[in-house]
Design a protein around this ligand. Structure first.
Ligand code: FES
Ligand SMILES: [Fe+2]
Length: 368
């Protein structure tokens, strides 16, 4: 047990993670190597399948892990390969293309689209060549409801992670969602990624920080449900608000749900509304810099005016201001660990407990 990071499973007794987890490089590196490197990360939606290209470069957690990947489309099937040449490590595909083979522009090595070595000039007399090490490494790519995810060495099965969402939204019409590039944007936040996630994980601050959102949802019955690899916050509608369409068999059928805010550990937020889904993909850049990509997937039968009413951008600006303020406070010598509200901060507690059990409980994981 690592006492300095211990998160008591009983929220009434627990203290938050220590502030050093948010402010010191070695803890950022610890999470990078022991959490993110074996996580599933967002790739994209069904727009990947309709792309006119068959070879698309992708970076696994850009600015953090930075692993160069190549997404290969074969008709309706996607696969993920290393985008690094097995000769002397040149990046193979620098921009989307549709060539019959994957060929390296440095010395001409060529691979099949499934990653197998195909040919190489001037290597006829090389011994024990080619060997399996000369093929491109294959990585993991998995889909869920027209959304695609990639992993380098996943610790858990993606579908097990997402089962609670599927169980809540079995009737949700994912197939009617389309990515809206004009309604998607990237935010840059001067704070640690953990600070951003902690703030997302509680609705406790809504009456104080989000006056507009507070007019749409009821605070009294705001609810948190905790699962092994994710948790959800449930905001219910005030009168006059539009609710998520649910059907018999969905656990909350009959209720007016304004939003499900699903947080999939460690860094993906799936927000369900009546008009569609907004995704926040949180990308740690360094201890004090975080990028958040907001992707909007709108139901095609919903008018644009319904989306305009949601004030997502305003809410994000309000959150960013408070998150950046907290990050400054976490640097203070006067602060080390806080406590959780047992009635309002179950989501933050569950996340800290997850980080403790997955990474910090074993002192050997902590970078020197
Ligand atoms: S690095 Fe690719 S052929 Fe040499
Ligand atoms: Fe907020």
């Amino acid at each position: 047990m690592n006492k300095d990071f211990y998160i008591d499973p009983d929220i009434r007794k627990a203290h938050t993670l220590p502030s050093v987890a948010y402010t010191e490089q070695k803890y950022f590196d610890t999470l990078k190597h022991h959490l993110f490197s074996n996580s599933w990360q967002w790739l994209g939606g069904k727009e990947y399948l309709s792309s006119s290209y068959t070879q698309t470069p992708h970076t696994f957690l850009p600015g953090c892990i930075d692993e160069p990947l190549l997404i290969v489309r074969n008709q309706e099937h996607l696969s993920c390969l290393s985008n690094v040449c097995t000769h002397r490590a040149k990046i193979l595909i620098e921009s989307p293309s549709s060539k019959p083979f994957i060929s390296c522009s440095y010395h001409g090595r060529c691979f099949h689209n499934d990653g197998r070595f195909r040919s190489m000039p001037e290597f006829d007399s090389a011994q024990d060549f080619p060997s399996p090490q000369d093929d491109l490494k294959k990585y993991h790519l998995s889909s869920w409801n027209d959304f695609f995810f990639v992993a380098l060495k996943p610790k858990y099965d993606l579908h097990n992670i997402l089962t609670p969402i599927q169980n809540h939204l079995g009737s949700y019409t994912f197939s009617s969602l389309d990515l809206e590039p004009n309604l998607s944007k990237t935010y840059h936040i001067h704070a640690n990624w953990l600070t951003y996630c902690d703030n997302y994980l509680e609705g406790f601050h809504i009456p104080y920080v989000h006056p507009t959102l507070n007019k749409a949802i009821t605070y009294e019955d705001y609810e948190v449900r905790v699962f092994d690899h994710c948790n959800v916050q449930i905001g219910r509608c005030k009168p006059g608000q539009k609710s998520i369409p649910l059907q018999k068999g969905d656990p909350d059928f009959g209720e007016s749900i304004y939003a499900y805010y699903w947080f999939i550990y460690p860094n993906l937020m799936l927000n369900f509304y009546h008009w569609g889904i907004s995704i926040n993909w949180v990308i740690p850049k360094n201890i004090n810099e975080t990028e958040v990509r907001f992707l909007t997937f709108k139901r095609q039968d919903i008018p644009d005016s319904d989306f305009a009413e949601t004030a997502l951008d305003l809410t994000e600006m309000e959150d960013e201001a408070v998150v950046e303020s907290v990050q400054k406070g976490l640097m203070s010598l006067a602060y080390s660990r806080g406590r959780f509200s047992p009635t309002r901060e179950q989501g933050v507690h569950a996340f800290h407990r997850y980080l403790y059990t997955e990474v910090f409980s074993d002192s050997k994981n902590i970078a020197p």
